[in-house]
Design a protein around this ligand. Structure first.
Ligand SMILES: *[C@@H]1O[C@H](CO)[C@@H](O)[C@H](O)[C@H]1NC(C)=O
Ligand SMILES: *[C@@H]1O[C@H](CO)[C@@H](O)[C@H](O)[C@H]1NC(C)=O
Ligand SMILES: *[C@@H]1O[C@H](CO)[C@@H](O)[C@H](O)[C@H]1NC(C)=O
Length: 625
């Protein structure tokens, strides 16, 4: 074939070039829109699994002020990351210098701002939308963080970076993998998780900011503390936080949480920082953040700690950047959520999800709580939520961990289990034990009988597991952890408090023998026969009364506790200023006394230790492990 003549060759070349540029244009078009319009198509490009929502989108929120060097290093690292052909937006928030009268630095500040704006304008972001928000006045870090985002859907995620950070090229793949596995996978989702921090976990705020120790086998774990050096935020908890912040700000409530080193920061820096607000919110909700432990001080996001708002002078990188050159493990390994460990602000392990629904589930939970061969069984059938939350804060304060709550299934009991408290769902529990048929749901006192049957069956399980039990209602508070820890007269197995409904049952061969189905049926029958709708039958005292009667007939040696010697009764007489008398180890009150009076007296005694707005413990108290 001969070459076409020069005259016909030129148009052909022209045509060929046109086709080439058109196809290049088309190629560019399809690449840049593929991820946003046809997300699932990008799977073929993408070695990591994709979130199950086609609307998934991550937006980087870069907060900057006046440090051009830092900003350029940060932007460069963000643009060098592997985005696996996904659409990723970049929103840059540039705080303004403050307008002070006779500003001698005015022209220098203006020039610096120009440089930053010029740099940002010239900076090409090829992965998604680039948006620049240049403020007109100095708002500081709190508003920079809080105003950076209002999620527009449950599929939108924000990754917040301050400008002195540097991220690993691997950071996005890692975050997307986390979202896929711990947000979009239902079996690994938890409403308690508010995001993930890419910074190396460093300190324990409940222990004076002491250094944190994680065992070397742990790669991912959950920890309550927010990280400010590379924080991924999930949409729902962030919205919830913004609304919570609004309410608290409006009421003039300050984010004070005694026992936390961050509260000291707030007292010093006030509204210049935002973390004390978020920490207080997370504490009140019982939420957690995902953290990494990559060993050798490695992390996917490091802070250069440049001189600025947080540091007077440059401190240097806090960690070593983890990248392809030094990685020696599978970054995208995602263990089931149930295999990960959860830690609170004291870095003590928390065990969420201990909700007992049947007899078999009770065994392992009993083992998990019973360090001292004794379990405290707390009925939450009748008490109000604030009283129960206050009781739990007392347990926390006195480091009492060997307790189990039981009550009817509700959002409240689910919430208690989510926060790590062991809870028995009485409905399912009785269903599974076959005891439900004994209740007689047509009876007006069915709830009371249900509670009694639950108690009897839990005690049975405790005894067969070799555990002694204290039975208490939520209307009994121990002043300093006693007498749950005191040793009792060994000559008796059963101790009864007739005025308060306090009951102790020691595990012995005798109690194990008598606690048969026969006695359970007998006690239930008695409850059927004698209980009415009156308040007495919804009281621990009622249970103690029928138990004592039934057990005495079987020859049990029952010891009456001299309650007046160690328990102070609240709500009696006109005593508006109660004080603890000599030897009083507990306070108690009758369910007939109004909530307001009880609360008032507990406040006077310093035993109302919950935050009235959030019903969360008013302070963080850490214990030695
Ligand atoms: C600013 O300058 C004016 C005029 O020199 C002076 O009167 C004023 O006191 C100065 N203000 C401050 C805050 O220094
Ligand atoms: C002006 O700049 C100097 C040096 O950078 C700094 O110490 C001073 O605080 C600045 N003054 C104002 C009003 O910003
Ligand atoms: C979801 O998580 C479970 C538990 O880790 C796992 O077995 C399952 O394969 C995951 N599903 C998907 C689609 O990845």
């Amino acid at each position: 074939m001969s070459l076409p003549k020069r005259s016909s060759f030129l148009p052909l070349l022209f045509f060929f070039l046109l086709i080439l540029s058109l196809s290049a244009l088309f190629f560019f078009y399809s690449c840049s829109y593929r991820s946003s319009l046809h997300f699932s198509n990008s799977l073929s490009f993408n070695p990591i699994s994709s979130p199950s929502s086609p609307n998934f989108i991550l937006t980087i929120k870069l907060l900057t002020f006046n440090r051009l060097q830092s900003l350029s290093r940060c932007l460069l690292s963000l643009s060098k990351a592997d985005y696996a052909h996904d659409r990723v937006n970049l929103h840059i928030y540039i705080d303004h210098f403050s307008h002070v009268e006779n500003n001698t630095n005015g022209s220098a500040n203006l020039e610096n701002s120009r440089k930053i704006l010029n740099f940002v304008d010239r900076f090409a972001w090829n992965f998604g939308e680039k948006l620049v928000h240049y403020r007109t006045g100095n708002v500081g870090l709190q508003a920079q963080w809080l105003e950076a985002w209002w999620p527009s859907s449950d599929d939108e995620f924000a990754f917040v970076v301050e400008d002195d950070l540097e991220v690993s090229p691997l950071y996005y793949k890692f975050l997307k993998n986390l979202i896929t596995n711990y947000y979009y996978n239902d079996s690994n989702f938890s409403p308690s998780i508010y995001g993930a921090s890419l910074q190396r976990p460093r300190f324990v705020p409940g222990k004076h900011g002491n250094k944190l120790q994680v065992d070397s086998g742990t790669r991912l774990f959950l920890y309550q503390l927010v990280g400010t050096w590379g924080q991924l935020l999930f949409p729902k908890p962030w919205k919830e936080f913004r609304l919570w912040y609004d309410v608290h700000k409006t009421k003039g409530i300050k984010p004070l949480l005694p026992g936390m080193v961050t509260t000291g920061w707030y007292k010093k820096l006030g509204e210049r920082i935002w973390t004390p607000w978020f920490i207080k919110f997370v504490h009140s909700r019982g939420y957690f953040n995902i953290y990494t432990n990559f060993l050798q001080e490695r992390a996917l996001s490091i802070s250069h700690r440049d001189a600025g708002v947080n540091y007077g002078k440059t401190v240097g990188p806090d960690s070593n950047l983890l990248d392809e050159s030094n990685i020696d493990f599978d970054l995208l390994e995602a263990k089931p959520l149930s295999d990960l460990k959860w830690y609170d602000f004291c870095f003590s392990e928390v065990h969420p999800g201990r909700e007992v629904r049947n007899f078999d589930e009770l065994g392992p939970v009993l083992q998990s709580v019973s360090k001292r061969d004794t379990v405290i069984l707390v009925s939450i059938f009748w008490a109000s939520e604030p009283l129960i939350r206050n009781l739990l804060c007392h347990f926390e304060k006195h480091n009492i961990r060997n307790f189990i709550l039981y009550g009817p299934n509700s959002d409240f009991t689910l919430d208690l289990a989510r926060r790590g408290h062991p809870v028995i769902d009485a409905n399912s529990f009785l269903d599974s034990s076959g005891a439900y048929k004994l209740i007689g749901s047509e009876k007006s006192n069915a709830e009371q009988i249900k509670e009694i049957l639950t108690k009897m069956n839990i005690i049975k399980k405790c005894l067969s597991s070799g555990l002694s039990s204290w039975l208490v209602e939520a209307n009994l508070l121990s002043v300093n952890g006693a007498p749950y820890l005191d040793s009792l007269d060994p000559s008796s197995d059963i101790f009864v408090g007739k005025n308060t409904g306090l009951l102790f049952i020691r595990s012995s061969s005798f109690t194990r023998k008598i606690w048969s189905d026969k006695i359970i049926n007998k006690v239930t029958a008695k409850a059927h026969a004698s209980a009415s709708q009156d308040l007495f039958s919804r009281d621990g005292r009622y249970f103690v009364y029928i138990i004592e009667e039934s057990l005495a007939r079987l020859g049990a040696k029952i010891k009456m506790m001299d309650e007046s010697s160690f328990i102070m009764n609240l709500g009696t007489g006109n005593d508006n200023h109660p004080s603890l008398g000599d030897g009083k180890k507990m306070v108690s009150w009758s369910s007939l006394v109004s909530f307001d009076l009880i609360k008032k007296q507990l406040v006077e005694l310093g035993m109302w230790i919950i935050d009235d707005d959030d019903l969360s413990c008013a302070s963080v108290i850490c214990h030695q492990l």
